[in-house]
Design a protein around this ligand. Sequence first.
Ligand code: G
Ligand code: MN
Length: 267
Amino acid sequence: MKHITAHVPSPCSIDDARRGLAKREFFFVYQPKLRMDEGKLSGFESLLRWNHPSRGVLAPASFIHLVEDSPLTGSFTDFIVAQAARTLADWSVRGYSTLSLAVNLPAAEIGRPGLASKLSALFGSHSVSTSRLQIELTESTDPGSIEKLTAAVESLQKSGISVAIDDFGAGCWSLAILHRLGVDTLKLDRRFMHGIQDNANSKVVVESLIALGQRLGKQVVIEGIETAEQFAWLKTIEHIDCQGYYISAPIAEEQIGELVARHGLVH
Ligand code: G
Ligand code: MN
């Protein structure tokens, strides 16, 4: 007798990711950014998680390599931006209209033709201004040509969307292309904050990178604030945003109200 067995994708393969997306196993957590000199929230970053049926909740590091440069990339981008539009629309209803939301997209994805007009239409349908969306370019994959990337960044900015370089200084391309890429924000890689209290040189590096970003007219975000000492030091620097476990770990959507109540919002 012939047995017919259903095809079960092996765990954490691209087929499994496709299955998980269809089954709504992917969700988002949100990590706040604090405008340090005002002590108020300026926005959140949405971070993808996979509630995997056999492996539990997974962070992007353990699955994003399956998605990037695969036929699934576009579906994930669509999922990420659709959720961002819904979340921002919900925040408007709740009166959090100054909060921005940052999403993470691989540099190669933002060059997708028509992304800017697609986002304008999507945000329009939710009556949300595109100016509340920020795209964080992650440099985990090959960004392709600088000319194409520059053009893609400009077309997003023309549609009102701001663009950040994520994990700035961690990889090889971000410093080399900084003078050519007109991004709005630099997010310093959290490794710069590691052991900063014990090393005078690390402090000089961070201060210099902040000055570099600010002299280029960019908003600077420092990631990876984990201690009271780091927090107290960064509070003395004007107009930077900070993110890290000391302020808050990434939280579920339902906990956002609590955080807004605790810190208040920037104007
Ligand atoms: O590079 P990006 O900012 O997109 O990475 C976000 C990831 O970093 C999240 O998955 C989050 O859990 C983690 N993260 C957030 N804050 C901190 C922190 O203060 N320290 C460390 N080590 N990791 C953090
Ligand atoms: Mn990020």
